[in-house]
Design a protein around this ligand. Sequence first.
Ligand SMILES: Nc1ncnc2c1ncn2[C@@H]1O[C@H](COP(=O)(O)OP(=O)(O)OP(=O)(O)O)[C@@H](O)[C@H]1O
Ligand SMILES: [Mg+2]
Length: 158
Amino acid sequence: MAVLRGLVSDQEFEKAIDRDDEVGRGSNRLVFAVLGTSEYVIKESKQAFHYSNFVEWLVWGAVSEMKEDILGNAPNEEMAGKFAECVAISHSARYLMMERLSPISSSAQLQLSNFPQWLNDKKLSAFGTSPDGSVKVMDYGMVDFYQVLNPLNHQSFP
Ligand SMILES: Nc1ncnc2c1ncn2[C@@H]1O[C@H](COP(=O)(O)OP(=O)(O)OP(=O)(O)O)[C@@H](O)[C@H]1O
Ligand SMILES: [Mg+2]
């Protein structure tokens, strides 16, 4: 099964998901392996409104763009390296394909001050390690939008 990219149909995800290999579960989502690759997972939202998958897709799009040298913006090379990569989302947002991380075994591996304040969910199970050993957040569906959007919360505004 090829890795999915971008916005693809829910049916494509249903063909790629390995339902015999559940990687994890939370209150909103079930997380499964992907047929034919161990590098990614598929997060299946169980809610009527697939908020967490949608927010992760949105956040990944923003942090990965921060690496770019966009006119008038200082490139931020670091941010994308702190987030598990999202590669595809389904039309309804029920399914999201994300880089697979390994669980963190001890809180000693995690330095929370390295991560943005606007992440609302900072439990240990929200973080994991990539094959190169870097610690990344893999559950970033709960964002404090009040913190992000209020210019008075930032050093320079608006
Ligand atoms: N990218 C990933 N790679 C490997 N395992 C993952 C990944 N994303 C999630 N998991 C596993 O699946 C579990 C549930 O995923 P996630 O935390 O994203 O769902 P959730 O419904 O938002 O959970 P919660 O209710 O805890 O906030 C995680 O605790 C983790 O064990
Ligand atoms: Mg969550």
